[in-house]
Design a protein around this ligand. Structure first.
Ligand code: HEM
Length: 388
């Protein structure tokens, strides 16, 4: 790292955190998402915006960007933390100094020029047990840690499922991988439960969520961050066969997400949509009439993995989105309703969209095409009818 980048990094890890935390404590004490027009707080906001602008300007694109791709992506995250904080405190102006560096890094990586959840959780070097955060609030740390653990557990699941293609669904090695996938999704559920127990609803709503809003970089507005911008969840959807890359609804989900994922996730997702879904492979093998003991065991494991994927998705919907976003939003002043969601549409539209994903992952029978209910029933029938 050059000296100017070192200085910027030091600031992001120290003064930046302190300024945000002081502002958050003041907002929280007032019971509001933001305080406007209070001289002392306006001075803190201005200091944050100007100090960051000066440091980013000195670290400018010409000599700044590290050659290593992970380090470049991480730097985009740090610049994004600064831009996200300016947006959160509704500061306009000085942060334009950071746009050229954000755009320069993003265009060389093929991603959106803003911070995303992967920057907070996965491309964020810890120093002395602290990684970069907006604030020093314990709730922010918990939120990032348990979300990050869920992402790692989803990635563990996807890595196991990905390997079955070269083994075949009746292989004894596939049984091991399906157990691994099942355990990974069990971890997703456990980490999600811990998050829902540890996170304070008001802190999340007033002091953490506002940093994930959409923000402008140059002439374009980029939608907000959410914990779903990683490939593994969608790899699991399509590798299991619960969601189809031929379903127009699901195609839109994937297409929208690519620029908000890390570069290597983009390649993983492209590969996943070309793979044969495991559901199709199980249907093909069980249709031959003879269901061997290994094929039976693997099919039962596969069905258990599908059920657990649906359960984890339903937990997100009913035990995270509902209490931490929908419930407090219902009591928030009307002026705060404009940007409650990271993707932009009103909250009820986003919740309906998430509900449709839950239904697909839980293989609920619905009128829309492309659900897996009928195929899963067919697979169960094949198990019931097949000789062992
Ligand atoms: C308090 C905790 C959480 C809340 C309130 C929450 C809320 C949301 C919301 C509102 C969206 C939709 C964003 C939009 O389109 O505007 C979303 C998407 C998503 N979130 Fe969360 N989330 C939480 C935690 C988590 C955790 C722990 C995970 C696990 C990795 C996760 C995974 C996802 C995924 C994968 C998506 C994309 C949609 C999908 O594929 O289902 N979220 N979340």
């Amino acid at each position: 790292m050059n000296n100017a980048l070192d200085d910027f990094d030091r600031w992001v890890r120290t003064d930046f955190v302190e300024l945000n935390t002081r502002l958050e404590e003041a907002y929280f004490a007032a019971g509001k998402q933001i305080e406007r027009g209070v001289a002392e707080l306006e001075a803190l906001k201005e200091r944050l915006a100007l100090e960051g602008a000066e440091l980013v300007r000195r670290a400018g694109p010409a000599d700044a960007a590290p050659r290593d791709l992970d380090a470049r992506y991480e730097l985009l995250g740090s610049v994004g933390l600064y831009l996200g904080a300016c947006r959160r405190h509704e500061v306009e102006g000085p942060q334009a100094a950071a746009w050229p560096l954000a755009n320069f890094l993003a265009s060389s990586l093929g991603v959106a020029p803003r911070f995303v959840f992967a920057h907070q959780a996965l491309f964020n070097q810890a120093v002395g047990d602290r990684f970069r955060t907006f604030t020093s609030l314990e709730d922010e740390r918990n939120f990032i840690v348990y979300n990050g653990l869920c992402v790692l557990a989803y990635q563990r699941t996807a890595a196991a499922l990905r390997r079955i293609a070269t083994l075949g669904v009746s292989s004894p090695l596939a049984a091991y991988l399906l157990r691994e996938a099942h355990a990974g999704l069990g971890d997703v559920l456990d980490f999600s439960k811990t998050l829902s127990k540890n996170l304070d609803v008001d802190r999340f709503f007033l002091n953490i969520r506002p940093y994930f809003k959409s923000y402008r970089v140059g002439v374009a507005e980029y939608r907000g961050a959410n914990a779903g911008d990683f490939a593994a969840i969608n790899e699991i959807d399509v590798l299991l066969g619960l969601c189809s890359p031929n379903d127009p609804f699901y195609q839109a989900v994937l297409a929208e997400k690519y620029p908000y994922m890390p570069p290597e996730d983009q390649s993983l997702l492209r590969a996943a949509v070309l793979a044969e879904p495991l559901l199709d492979a199980f249907l093909r093998e069980t249709a031959t009439g003879s269901v061997t003991p290994q094929l039976r065991e693997n099919t039962e494991l596969f069905l258990a993995v599908c059920r657990r994927h649906g359960a984890a998705s339903a937990y997100h919907h009913h035990r995270l989105v509902a209490p931490f976003l929908q419930a407090p939003a219902a009591h928030a002043p009307q002026e705060d309703h404009d940007d409650l969601t990271s993707s932009g549409p009103p909250l009820d539209v986003v919740v309906a969209h998430l509900g449709r994903l839950v239904d697909l992952r839980s293989a609920k029978a619905r009128a829309d095409a492309f659900g897996a209910r009928a195929s899963l029933d067919g697979l169960r029938d094949a198990l019931a009818g097949g000789r062992s």
